[in-house]
Design a protein around this ligand. Structure first.
Ligand SMILES: Nc1ncnc2c1ncn2[C@@H]1O[C@H](COP(=O)(O)OP(=O)(O)OP(=O)(O)O)[C@@H](O)[C@H]1O
Ligand SMILES: [Mg+2]
Length: 314
């Protein structure tokens, strides 16, 4: 049996009264593009830091490709490339040398290290800056460099903690291309982001975390199917008040300037019956548009509900 890329069970980390990780269970399969979503302070970075040995867990188990992150630290750590949320780069050396050191740290010989460094800097598009020190790179180039550093050891698991925070549209698309190519070539990706649309586009599955726990894990499409859709209808003769629509799944009917806006679970299943019912009531539907729930809306609902619950039970 091959072990999954990441498996954690009942993972715990306390900082005084704060339970940064409060019994987290999570499995990421090999080759997956996996997203980790959650509001500020949910515990995402703490989770990542336990995997790479920067944080010592207080309880539970954590394995990377079957290697325990503490007992088999070296085996686990050498398989991971990390682009952390906060820059922690040796600022005074030319960036190419920083990559040589990093590769060396992972046991890669000098000649191979030089080749890897060149490849990595070319992949992220800052080869021409190879002799510059980190401090002198622009903000976007720093992001690119941190990704290059994560790639230099040729990791089986690439962990990206908010890689696109504050970067421009062009760089965001460049980074997406690079990590998509890595994933196509078999690298497992763990990505945290606050751009939920990014997770919707890129990830096979996402976990939603809140207060150190997993709230949900599913494919973005499956999560979106749980949200409510909005059906916008234009009517030939818009009504003044909302008609009574006794249809399964319809939760709200509102009058708009040129017709109705109907909120429903599963908009595409509801639409035909909605049309029939409106025509039966004497309306003529001239146009219909279904706006699907976004992952962002579902995410906000799930984490907000969780908050309300935490407040009530506190
Ligand atoms: N070194 C530390 N000392 C004390 N508290 C900490 C430390 N690191 C994290 N925490 C606390 O643990 C909780 C989880 O923080 P963490 O950085 O893991 O959140 P996050 O999900 O990565 O949030 P963000 O989206 O803001 O990056 C927070 O309440 C944070 O204040
Ligand atoms: Mg974080």
């Amino acid at each position: 049996m091959t072990a999954p890329a990441i498996r954690v069970r009942d993972l715990r980390k306390d900082y005084g009264d704060v339970q940064a990780l409060d019994g987290l269970d999570l499995t990421v399969e090999r080759g997956e593009f996996f997203g980790l979503l959650g509001p500020n302070g949910a515990g995402k970075t703490t989770f990542i830091n336990t995997l790479v040995g920067l944080v010592h867990k207080d309880g539970g188990t954590a394995e990377v490709f079957g290697f325990d992150v503490e007992d088999d630290y070296r085996e686990a750590r050498d398989r991971i490339g990390l682009a952390p949320q906060e820059f922690n780069v040796d600022r005074f050396f030319p960036i190419r040398e920083v990559l040589h050191h990093k590769a060396g740290y992972h046991g890669i010989g000098k000649k191979a290290a030089r080749e890897r460094a060149e490849d990595a800097l070319k992949t992220v598009g800052i080869w021409e800056k190879r002799d510059t020190r980190f401090d002198w790179l622009s903000g976007g180039m720093k992001r690119r460099f941190v990704l290059a550093r994560a790639l230099v050891s040729n990791p089986d698991l690439l962990i990206l903690d908010e890689p696109t925070a504050g970067v421009d549209v062009q760089l965001r698309h460049d980074l997406w291309d690079i990590i998509n190519r890595m994933n196509d070539a078999g690298t497992t990706i763990l990505l945290t982001t606050h751009y939920i649309e990014e997770a919707e586009r890129l990830c096979d599955r996402v976990a939603i975390m809140d207060s150190g726990q997993k709230v949900e894990v599913a494919a973005p499409d499956d999560l979106m199917a749980r949200g409510t859709d909005t059906i916008e209808l234009e009517l030939a003769d818009p009504p003044r008040s909302a008609p009574r629509l006794d249809i399964d799944g319809v939760s709200e009917v509102a009058v708009t300037d040129d017709g109705l806006s109907v909120t429903a679970a599963g908009g595409s299943q509801t639409a035909p019956e909605l049309m029939r019912e409106l025509e039966r009531q004497g309306h003529t539907v001239t146009s219909l548009n279904i706006r699907r729930a976004s992952l962002e809306e579902v995410f906000v609902d799930m984490t907000r509900d969780d908050r309300d619950y935490a407040e009530v039970s506190a």
